[in-house]
Ligand binder design. Structure first.
Ligand code: URA
Length: 252
């Protein structure tokens, strides 16, 4: 800690204000104190100011409009499959004014049977990851890049092209400060769309990194993450995912 005499007059009174000393003998303890103070202050910072009631009503109406359009999207490449298998489209759910939006790949069979995102096995992993950073589903918005179940396969480029405008519109309406693409499909779509320099990089290299971007409504961060389903195939990835989610603490 500098002595007040070593500082310019304007800074001298701040020399010991809120200071936490780092000592050799109790280094671990002292650092924990600093981390706790920083964390408490970051947590106190709202990710974005809450919209007023009429603005929230407009957001809810716009999301309901999108939901209705999606239900009637007979021109979707997955519409026939949806009807033949008695499935539902999954627009997503959560806070219409969320500061953080999560975008997965596509709904699984369980999700399409219920019409809700991430309610199957990967949903349990996602819940655990959210819980780890004290977030509830109701605090965020959760959707997917492809909004109908494509069967047990990866989404095709034409399916992504069909549903992406719905996802773009959801982002525009909710206007989150943070977009978290879960997995390579959503990450590559967003990075390419916003022409970020990292757009060619593998999801494993992008995991947990904060990428600044500017959307029509303002400056945001895109924070790509591995898809929670990786834990189902490789349990050692649970810790990697947890570490990636820690990045989001800055925003909650
Ligand atoms: N995987 C996804 O990408 N989305 C879901 O909703 C469920 C599983």
């Amino acid at each position: 800690m500098p002595a007040p005499s070593e500082l310019p007059d304007s800074l001298a009174p701040l020399a010991r204000r809120n200071a936490i000393e780092l000592s050799h003998t109790r280094f671990g303890y002292d650092v924990d104190q600093i981390v706790a103070v920083i964390r408490a202050n970051l947590s106190a910072r709202p990710v974005k100011p809450t919209a007023d009631a009429p603005a929230i009503k407009r957001k809810i109406d716009a999301i309901n409009g999108l939901r209705a359009a999606l239900i009637n999207a007979t021109d979707s490449p997955l519409y026939a499959y949806r009807v033949a298998n008695k499935l539902m489209p999954v627009l997503g759910n959560g806070d219409p004014d969320a500061g953080i939006i999560f975008i997965g790949e596509s709904p699984g069979k369980t999700e399409a049977a219920e019409g809700r995102p991430f309610v199957g096995a990967s949903g349990k992993v996602l819940d655990e990851l959210l819980d780890g950073i004290r977030l509830k589903r109701a605090d965020v918005f959760i959707t997917n890049l492809v909004l109908d179940h494509p069967g047990s396969r990866e989404p095709l480029p034409e399916e992504i092209a069909f549903y992406a405008p719905y996802v773009d519109r959801l982002i525009e309406v909710i206007a989150p400060k943070v977009i978290v693409p879960l997995g390579r499909f959503a990450a590559h779509y967003l990075l390419k769309k916003h022409d970020l320099p990292e757009k060619g990089r593998a999801i494993s290299a992008l995991h947990g990194t904060m990428l600044p971007a500017t959307l029509a409504y303002g400056d945001i961060h895109i924070v790509p993450m591995l898809h929670p389903a990786v834990v189902l195939y490789q349990s050692s990835q649970r810790e990697t995912l947890k570490r990636g989610f820690e990045t989001l603490r800055t925003f909650v």
